[in-house]
Structures are given as structure tokens and as C-alpha cells.
Design a protein around this ligand. Structure first.
Ligand SMILES: O=C(O)c1cc(=O)[nH]c(=O)n1[C@@H]1O[C@H](COP(=O)(O)O)[C@@H](O)[C@H]1O
Length: 235
């Protein structure tokens, strides 16, 4: 047990505003933040993102990955959305990550700056998938390499799987905020995720936040599913 507290982010992955609002309401007492990502944002736009988030802290998961100037300019358009967390891909490299950080500092007032989170290796990838894109070695080594680069370049935290929390802490200490998707309560459908753990395992490994989508949103009773996961985090 790490001694850190682990909180729940619910991923509201849908194109439907009313559905997203229902899931937000159903999980409200159990989640510390809501995540809206590519699916909802492309379908409904940033104004709807703000409406759905309401007064919940917003994890805006746009996974920006482009040349530094384009990423910085895109972040400049997010002021009105007031995210609490924002994602980029660490694989965009040092200059892109630094440009993202500079754009955040220039866009948001002090005290209202979103945490800049760098996605390391997607939790849907295993060793073979990583080798297929030309990255040799272990997933763990690649996550630590990207994590180090991102933290040196101005990120506040990292998105990784539960399996890489211990090596990231060994390499980078307690400073990075570690946000962990690929969470599957015992017995739930795995789907496209590859590097998974249960909520309790992620908590024991030392995650600051876990990100959970379908195990809550596709459950017969999303409120009960969110409550069960929150209970697993506080046992
Ligand atoms: O950045 C993310 O949030 C993310 C990174 C990653 O490596 N893996 C990953 O699954 N995610 C997101 O986390 C959520 C996981 O959803 P479920 O697999 O339905 O629980 C999705 O919204 C993904 O976009």
C-alpha cells in the first residue's frame, strides 16, 4: 500500500450530450472528476464539454500530438473550457511538451492552470503492438523513458498503466501525478485494453487517479458500478 489516496475519474465516452449528463449525475458522489475526450468533443464541441462538466473538475482528454506551434495554438483556444487536466502525447517530443507547457502558462490565470498530463504508451498497446511501430525493448522501459522526458519538459503528470507505476516512481519520485486508465474491476469485460488492473490493485500500486469508462457507463446500473469502484478505492 502506497499511502497515497486514489481518486476516480469517470470517462464519459459518448456522442450524446444528454447521456453524458446522465452518467455525470449518476457518478457524481463517487468521482473526483469527469473526463471528456475525442468522441464527445468532436461530436458536440467545446461549449457542450463545458456544459456537461458543470461544476465537476474536467479532465479534457484531447491527446494533442502535433508540431509545437500547432499544439501551443490549440491550447490557446481552451481558456473558456477551464479544464483541470489536459492531455498531450509524450511521443510528440521535448519541444512539443515544452511548447504545451508555455501555452498553458500563458493562457490560464495563476491558480486556474490545468495540469499538463503526458500520455506515455497507450494502455491498449502490448509489447507486440509497440514493436510493430518500431519501438524496441519493453513497454515498461518506454514508459519510463517518455515519462522522464515529459517531466523534464514541463509536464505535471503522466498517463500510464498500473503496471508502470512502481518503475515510474523509482525513476521520478513522488512528484508526477499518475493518472491510470486500463482499469477493470474483477469480472468486467476487458475490451480493447491490454495493460489492465483492478481498482484495488491500481490503488495499491500508488495511482493518484484511475480513469474508468465502460465498466461504469456500460453497466446495467452505472451509479452502483461507480459506487462499487469508489468503495474499492477507500477500503
Ligand atoms: O488518456 C487517457 O485517458 C487514456 C490513455 C490510455 O493510455 N488509455 C486509455 O484508455 N485512456 C482513456 O481512458 C478511458 C478508458 O475507458 P474504458 O476502457 O472504457 O475504461 C478512455 O476514455 C480512453 O480514451
Amino acid at each position: 500500500m502506497s499511502g497515497r489516496s486514489t481518486r476516480l475519474i469517470v470517462a464519459l465516452d459518448t456522442k450524446d450530450t444528454a447521456q453524458a449528463m446522465r452518467w455525470r449525475a449518476e457518478s457524481a458522489g463517487h468521482a473526483g472528476a469527469v473526463k471528456l475526450g475525442l468522441e464527445f468533443t468532436y461530436a458536440r464541441g467545446l461549449e457542450a464539454v463545458r456544459d456537461v462538466a458543470g461544476d465537476s473538475p474536467l479532465f479534457l482528454d484531447l491527446k494533442l500530438h502535433d508540431i509545437p506551434n500547432t499544439v501551443a495554438s490549440a491550447i490557446g483556444s481552451l481558456k473558456a473550457v477551464r479544464p483541470a487536466m489536459l492531455t498531450i502525447h509524450a511521443a510528440g517530443g521535448r519541444a512539443m511538451i515544452a511548447a504545451a507547457r508555455q501555452a498553458i502558462d500563458g493562457t490560464f490565470p495563476d491558480g486556474a492552470r490545468p495540469l499538463l498530463l503526458a500520455v506515455t504508451v497507450l494502455t491498449s498497446m502490448d509489447t507486440q503492438a509497440m514493436h510493430e511501430i518500431g519501438v524496441e525493448g519493453s513497454v515498461e522501459a518506454q514508459v519510463v523513458r517518455l515519462g522522464q522526458l515529459a517531466m523534464e519538459s514541463g509536464a505535471d503528470g503522466l498517463v500510464c498503466s498500473s503496471h508502470e507505476i512502481a518503475p515510474l516512481r523509482a525513476a521520478l519520485g513522488e512528484a508526477p501525478v499518475l493518472v491510470v486508465p486500463g482499469i477493470r474491476p474483477a469480472g468486467s469485460a476487458v475490451g480493447d485494453q491490454k495493460r489492465i488492473m483492478t481498482p484495488a490493485q491500481a490503488r495499491a500500486a500508488g495511482a493518484d487517479w484511475i480513469v474508468v469508462g465502460r465498466p461504469i457507463t456500460r453497466a446495467a446500473d452505472p451509479a452502483a458500478a461507480a459506487a462499487a469502484i469508489a468503495a474499492e478505492l477507500s477500503d
